[in-house]
Ligand binder design. Structure first.
Ligand SMILES: [Zn+2]
Length: 276
């Protein structure tokens, strides 16, 4: 999965620090990221000190091994050399040999989205400032503290004996998926699972069991994967406003996603191999 970067180590402990000669910078322009994607092995290179006019306003985000990554929000950077603003969706399509750079890009995008939407206090409207103690934005006027926002969502493998419910979204991602959805305020994860399967496929479920989780920065999500069994009738009533496809598929008929980075793909693969 995208976060599986072992033996490399991701360190997201917050600290205030300055870039060094090995640091890399994330520079976004709307939903595009300044990066070099011309390498034959598909790896993604982010600009360093020599590739940008100034790192004065760089904010430390995280480290992977000895490389520290920074965000420059207000920038005057333009495309130069092999560095171009790459649409974020295009990054996901790259055939990369290791996940480090893609995971870094997804995580930086999550943080950038949060920093961008936290520039003003939601209580009083005053401009916020960076906390010096932790990853938070603070309102100097009323003291309101805004922490990074993470959206909980579930991925659901609905099983029907030797078949699994495969879906495709009406818009957005074009490949096979599982039932998925955001947790609403006031419900448990298990309740989210039952509600989403009922809403998207008109099915009742039982034996809901947790599988694994995944940070998914491109949507500011924390995804939690569950398997469950259909309970009673297996007749699918698809939500046509959200899905264009929902069918029971046997193990050997499952077509996986082109990139093996998502929790959804791992769950489909697990079922296909007979391990669940
Ligand atoms: Zn305020």
């Amino acid at each position: 999965m995208i976060q599986d970067i072992s033996p490399s180590k991701f360190n997201n402990s917050y600290k205030v620090c300055q870039p060094d000669s090995s640091s890399r910078f994330f520079i976004f322009s709307e939903d595009k990221l300044l990066a070099d994607t011309s390498l034959e092995n598909g790896d993604i290179i982010f600009p360093g000190n020599n590739d940008i006019p100034s790192a004065d306003n760089a904010v430390y985000l995280f480290s992977i091994d000895d490389i520290s990554y920074f965000l420059i929000s207000d920038h005057k950077c333009s495309e130069n050399g092999n560095f171009r603003f790459v649409p974020f969706k295009e990054l996901r399509q790259l055939k990369i040999s290791r996940n480090n750079s893609l995971f870094a890009a997804f995580t930086a995008y999550h943080l950038w989205c949060w920093y961008r939407s936290s520039r003003f206090c939601g209580k009083c409207g005053h401009t916020t400032v960076h906390s010096s103690r932790e990853r938070a934005m603070v309102c100097p006027e009323c003291g309101n503290t805004i922490y990074p926002r993470i959206n909980p969502a579930v991925i659901i493998g609905v099983l029907n004996g030797d078949r699994i419910l495969i879906t495709r979204y009406r818009t957005g991602y074009a490949h096979n998926a599982l039932v998925a959805g955001f947790t609403e305020i006031g419900e448990s994860l298990e309740e989210t699972v039952a509600r989403e399967v009922m809403e998207e496929a008109g099915l009742r479920v039982k034996n809901i069991r947790y599988y694994k989780s995944q940070p998914w920065g491109s949507a500011s999500d924390l995804l939690m994967g569950f398997f469950c069994d259909v309970d009673g009738s297996d007749e699918i009533h698809m939500d046509k406003s959200e899905l264009k496809y929902a069918e029971w598929i046997s193990r050997d008929e499952i077509v996986l996603q082109p990139q093996d980075i998502s929790l959804t793909n791992e769950m489909m693969k697990l079922f296909r191999s007979g391990k669940i």
